[in-house]
Design a protein around this ligand. Sequence first.
Ligand SMILES: Nc1ncnc2c1ncn2[C@@H]1O[C@H](COP(=O)(O)OP(=O)(O)OP(=O)(O)O)[C@@H](O)[C@H]1O
Length: 315
Amino acid sequence: MIEVENLTKRFDGVTAVDDLSFTVPEGEVLALVGTSGCGKSTTLRMLNRLIEPDRGRVLIDGLDAAATPPEKLRQGIGYVIQGVGLFPHWSVAQNIGTVPRLLGWDRARTEARTRELLELFGLDPDEFGPKPPAALSGGQQQRIGVARAMAAEPAVLLMDEPFGALDPVTRARLQEEFAQIQRRRGITVILVTHDMDEAFRLADRIAVMDQGKILQVDTPERLLRGPREGFVRQFVGLDDRALRILSLHRVSEYAHPASGAAPVGQWVGPGDTLREAASRLIWQGGDSLPVIDGDDRVVGEIRAADIWRVGGRGA
Ligand SMILES: Nc1ncnc2c1ncn2[C@@H]1O[C@H](COP(=O)(O)OP(=O)(O)OP(=O)(O)O)[C@@H](O)[C@H]1O
């Protein structure tokens, strides 16, 4: 759990972070969003003491960050930054093992953990472990950056644009991999992002910041259904909010029982979002689509009326 109380930072007379207070319960992902320069990165960097606050305090699992030496604090908090920042002269495996080595893990344990993480992120440890970072694609390097931050099994992970500068397909895959690992391990995460879709996809709650302050912090659905007047409304964007709300719900939540032969036309899987279902339904026409599982069996149907209801203002 992360507790931030009255955190304030000024640079040369400019208030970058202004009396900020928020809490992130254990296992939750909080996204910090807002326009460029609103203080997101400064907030994140005060949590691991890369920047010292002028005022306020940070408690990590009840312990005052100011009372912990910065190096020790950082060993317990994973940190991922845009552009990765891997050590170029070390192999991928050495990069991932950085913090475990600092913590004095023995070689066998560090190696086992490194292999486990490479496998978790879909990279063959024998193939990729010995390579230098430069021999990897940008997307692979970003995966190593996230793996490195998670190596010593930190309870807290701070991520600053971790999936930036990737093509949409690779980004979506990485986000999905990360979300699965985060949920399985119950890691507490603060994610700074410019990408509202990323915030909606990954966050349990989203904090909208402007000029060093949080204007609203809410679940994605509450933020979409009830954004505060002014900046938040503008920033969240209301034009496609019905579709964004649909993307927060899975077909399996709303499917009706049905069975029969696998159809020829459009269909959805139980894990697809209602947004995907809506898109296919519009394309296909009609009132419903079959839901098909991984074994090609029809396991239900999803109805247009339910989808429109979930995406509507009355839901
Ligand atoms: N080391 C510094 N010295 C002086 N001013 C700084 C410093 N770091 C940040 N600032 C200023 O503090 C404000 C907040 O910056 P910060 O990097 O936290 O914003 P951000 O929301 O993360 O922006 P972006 O989305 O562009 O990364 C900005 O006005 C910035 O210019």
